[in-house]
Write a protein that binds this ligand. Sequence first.
Ligand code: FE2
Ligand code: FE2
Length: 215
Amino acid sequence: MSKSLENLKNAFASKPQANRRYIAFAGKAEEESLPQVARLFRAAAESESIHALNHIRIMGEVKTTIDNLNAALSGETYEFRTMYPEYLNVAKKEGNQQVAWSFDVADKVEQIHAGLFSKAIETLKTGKKLDSVDYYICSICGNTVEGQAPEKCPICGPQNKVLQGNLRITVGQRPILKLCHSNSRGNNRQPQVALRNSHSGGRGFKSRPAYKTPF
Ligand code: FE2
Ligand code: FE2
């Protein structure tokens, strides 16, 4: 790999982080009644996304849609089968419940993403197109639901509000930190629940979330 390509990959890896960091910062600026600073952060976040898109296109990693779906499925599968379970174990060993919560819900949502990508691949293989449906994203845990939103998010807990809305409602329009803080439970408290539901391959999120939302 040439040094330029290596640099491009490194730059690409950092851009989504900058994007999300600025979105988080924008939410905080809004909480502090600094709307113009929030706009500045959102503008910079959008710009970082454009840089990331330039980088990935030049890297040649945008291929045909079936290739892209397979790449997405492979990445999601690695995350929910290997990466997040390992990270979660470390967080549990270190007793860091907030980190454990974040890894735990991400792990469960990546499994859902993998399922959705897999279903899309199977549909395209038959020569059909996907049905036109909405996707609902939970503003707390990122749960991604196709078709109709359930009353409450089954991953991050019955205490949380209904899923945020369909894809036309973006995080950019409704700052995620503000939504998290609108949760009726106490803000910024340490989660009260011990790590009693050990993470297993069984994915028990349909019955009860393993951790309380730490926001
Ligand atoms: Fe994912
Ligand atoms: Fe959720």
